[in-house]
Design a protein around this ligand. Sequence first.
Ligand SMILES: Cc1cc2nc3c(=O)[nH]c(=O)nc-3n(C[C@H](O)[C@H](O)[C@H](O)COP(=O)(O)O)c2cc1C
Length: 246
Amino acid sequence: MRLSETQRLQLAHRSVRRFTDRALEPAHLEQLIRCGQAAASSSFIQAYSVVRVVDTASRAAIARAAGDQQWIVDAPAFLVFCADLRRVQQACLAAGAGAIDGYAEHGLAAVVDVSLMAQNVLLAAESQGLGGVFIGGIRNAPQIVVDVLRLPSLVLPVFGMCLGWPDETNDVKPRMPVEMVLHQDVYRDASPQQISAYDETMRSYYASRSGGARSADWSSVTARAVQGKQRRHMREFLAACGFFRA
Ligand SMILES: Cc1cc2nc3c(=O)[nH]c(=O)nc-3n(C[C@H](O)[C@H](O)[C@H](O)COP(=O)(O)O)c2cc1C
């Protein structure tokens, strides 16, 4: 089946971490945010806010908190995407419907809302030749992000995003075969053969991207990433922000 323009764009996605000096104008960013807002929203609660971080010292503090990711400092635009239940809370209180503080369901809806919105922002940007990368590293030390951006309760920083005009073009990372992620009628675990075939695919990808220097596969990279970033402070942090308590 022929791919649409949009599908070609989606399949060409790769994260960008090096940018030219060209600025991202405020009006352009607003247009991208409007595209983000066009995403579907759970019960139309629109439970997100985005903070553009312009202040140099704030950027540097967040970059440090995120594990010294230099692209946070260098990118023409750096955004922090927050799950935001404050307006929802205001609506509930105004309607006399009680507070929503802490409910897991609403927290989940807000995290889904902001994620869908952010992916729309990135895709809109990519459609115009911009590039970017999500920054989950802000959750290494999320309280620093809260303090620097003065986020009130019920506003949870979920990830950042660097945006700008690409100064690098990485190869597209091969995704898992569709059969591993698309199930029919009932769930089926991936077989060890499927996992090792994908490990082989990723081993070749990492080797070719690093000129043969990097020997890694999907399983080893995943295990290191996941176990090396348990971020055990997150449970307490979520509760402190008013999320996932009840
Ligand atoms: C929620 C989320 C958080 C991420 N956090 C980081 C990050 O902190 N730093 C970074 O360099 N890349 C980060 N990434 C980018 C991923 O590493 C990247 O999307 C993945 O390796 C696939 O590569 P690709 O985007 O080039 O296809 C993040 C991606 C997502 C979706």
